[in-house]
Ligand binder design. Structure first.
Ligand code: C6P
Length: 419
C-alpha cells in the first residue's frame, strides 16, 4: 500500500470519505488545460457544494422577497429563512443568543464595523490598539484609520521565525491604555493557529476586549465563541463553502449594545425625525438597509453542510493532508516553506529558489493546479519574512493526496523550465 492509499484508507477509517465529499462539489470536475483541477486556493475562496447551490435556487424559486417589512406570504417566508440562517450560525459558533450574530458583507466589513462602532464609542487620544505582525490588511488598515482619527497608537505583537507570536512581548504591551486586541485566529499566509485562548485571558485580566479575525479559522476548525470567551469574532461566508458577499460579526450582546451603529438607514431605527433618531436593538442596529438575504440563507446552509460532515473530522483530515503535503514539498530541493508553528492549519506557503512566485503560479496553472501567488494582503508579514511574495497552497476538505502529488509534480516542472 502506498503512502497515498494509506492516508486515504486511514482517513476513511475515521469516517472521512473524501470521494463522497468531492461528489458534493460539481465544480471540482472542471478540467484546466485538459488536466484534473487541483484547487488549492481555498484560503481566498472555497468552493460551494450542491446543497448550498440548491438552497439558493429554492430561495429564489419559491421564497424570495424583502425581509422584516412585508405582511405578505413571501416576505414572511424570506424573513423566516433569513432568521433561521442566523440561528444556524449561532449554533455553528455556539454564540449564547441569536442577536449576537450580525450579518455583514464579509470579514473586512465586519472589522470595519467594529473599528467604527466600537472605536467611535470607546477609543480616544492616547489609547492603544494591539494587532500582530501576521495580520491580513483587513485587520490592520481599519485600526490604523481609527488610530489616525482618534490620535491613538497601533502596537504590533512581533513573531519568531517559525511564525509564532511572542507572547512575552504581547504581555508587556498590554496596559491600562489598551482599548482592544485584534488578532487573527489563523494566519492566511503561515497557517499558524494562534494561542488565542491564552491571549484572551491575558487581555481580559487587563479588562481589554479581544476581536478575533476568524476568516481562516471558522472554515477549518470547531469554533466555540463562548468557550474562547472572545468579545468579537469575524468571518466570511465564501471561505466556508458559502456564497460571496456575506459574513458574520459575532459580538457579546453587552458590548454590541453599547456600540455606535456603523451605517445609518432603513431597518436599523426605532424612530426617525429631523430632530432625533433612535436606534433599533441588536442585531438590527447593525444591519442597515436590505441585507444580502439569499447569501445569508446560503451561509446558513453551508454551516449545516460543514456540521453534517463534522468540524472535528474536517480538522483531522486536513491535518493529515497538511502533513503529507509538508513532507512532499520539503523533499524537493530548492523549495522553502514559510511557517512551521507547532499548531498549524492547512496552509502551505512556499517559494522556489530563483523563481518569482507569480511565475510559479502561472506554470502551476498550466499543470491544472490553482494556488495563490503574491503578498496575500499581508505586506507587513512579507517584510518580516524578507520576501516580496510567496506561493500559497491552502487545502480544504475536498483535496486529496493525489492532488498534492500533482502539486509536487508541477513544482518539479517549474524547476525544469527554470532549470
Ligand atoms: N484572505 C486570502 O487569499 P474578506 O475578503 O473580507 O472575505 O476577508 C478578508 C480577510 C481577513 N482576514 C484574513 C485572515 C483573511 O485571510 C482574509 C481574506 C484572502 O488570504 C483574500 S486576500
Amino acid at each position: 500500500m502506498g503512502a497515498n492509499e494509506a492516508l486515504n484508507t486511514q482517513a476513511s477509517g475515521q469516517g472521512f470519505d473524501v470521494a463522497r465529499v468531492r461528489s458534493d462539489f460539481p465544480i471540482l470536475d472542471v478540467r484546466v488545460n485538459g488536466k484534473h483541477l487541483a484547487y488549492f486556493d481555498n484560503g481566498a475562496s472555497a468552493q460551494v457544494p450542491t446543497q448550498v447551490i440548491n438552497r439558493l435556487s429554492r430561495y429564489h424559486e419559491s421564497e424570495h422577497s424583502n425581509i422584516h417589512r412585508g405582511v405578505h406570504y413571501l416576505s414572511e417566508m424570506a424573513t423566516a429563512a433569513y432568521e433561521q440562517a442566523r440561528s444556524r450560525l449561532k449554533k455553528f459558533i455556539n454564540a449564547a443568543e441569536d442577536r449576537e450574530v450580525i450579518f455583514t458583507r464579509g470579514t473586512t466589513n465586519t472589522i470595519n464595523l467594529v473599528a467604527q462602532g466600537f472605536g467611535r464609542a470607546f477609543v480616544g487620544a492616547g489609547d492603544e490598539i494591539i494587532v500582530s505582525q501576521m495580520e491580513h490588511h483587513s485587520n490592520i488598515v481599519p485600526w490604523q484609520m481609527l488610530c489616525e482619527e482618534k490620535g491613538a497608537t497601533l502596537r504590533v505583537i512581533p513573531m519568531d521565525d517559525s511564525g509564532q507570536l511572542l507572547l512575552d512581548e504581547y504581555q508587556k504591551m498590554l496596559n491600562s491604555r489598551t482599548r482592544l486586541v485584534a488578532v487573527t485566529h489563523v494566519s492566511n499566509v503561515l497557517g499558524t493557529v494562534n494561542p488565542v485562548r491564552e491571549m484572551i485571558e491575558l487581555a481580559h485580566a487587563q479588562g481589554t476586549p479581544v476581536l478575533l479575525d476568524g476568516a481562516q479559522g471558522v472554515p477549518h476548525m470547531r469554533v466555540d465563541v463562548q468557550d474562547l470567551d472572545c468579545d468579537f469574532y469575524a468571518f466570511s461566508g465564501h471561505k466556508m463553502c458559502g456564497p460571496t458577499g456575506i459574513g458574520v460579526l459575532y459580538g457579546k450582546a453587552e458590548l454590541l449594545e453599547k456600540m455606535q451603529p456603523y451605517e445609518g438607514g432603513g431597518s436599523m431605527i426605532l424612530s426617525v425625525s429631523f430632530e432625533k433618531t433612535t436606534y433599533a436593538a441588536i442585531p438590527d442596529k447593525f444591519e442597515a438597509g436590505t441585507p444580502p438575504i439569499a447569501a445569508a440563507i446560503g451561509l446558513g446552509e453551508a454551516a449545516e453542510y460543514l456540521e453534517s460532515i463534522g468540524m472535528d473530522a474536517i480538522t483531522s483530515y486536513e491535518d493529515e493532508l497538511l502533513g503529507y503535503a509538508t513532507d512532499a514539498l520539503s523533499g524537493i530541493d530548492g523549495v522553502r516553506i514559510f511557517g512551521n508553528a507547532s499548531d498549524k492549519a492547512s496552509v502551505l506557503s512556499f517559494n522556489i529558489e530563483g523563481v518569482h512566485a507569480h511565475d510559479v503560479g502561472t506554470i502551476l496553472n498550466d499543470e491544472g493546479v490553482a494556488v495563490r501567488a503574491g503578498h496575500h494582503c499581508a505586506q507587513p508579514l512579507m517584510k518580516r519574512l524578507g520576501v516580496p511574495a510567496t506561493v500559497r497552497a491552502s487545502l480544504y476538505l475536498y483535496n486529496t493526496t493525489e492532488e498534492v502529488d500533482q502539486l509536487a509534480g508541477a513544482i518539479r516542472r517549474v524547476q525544469q523550465i527554470f532549470g
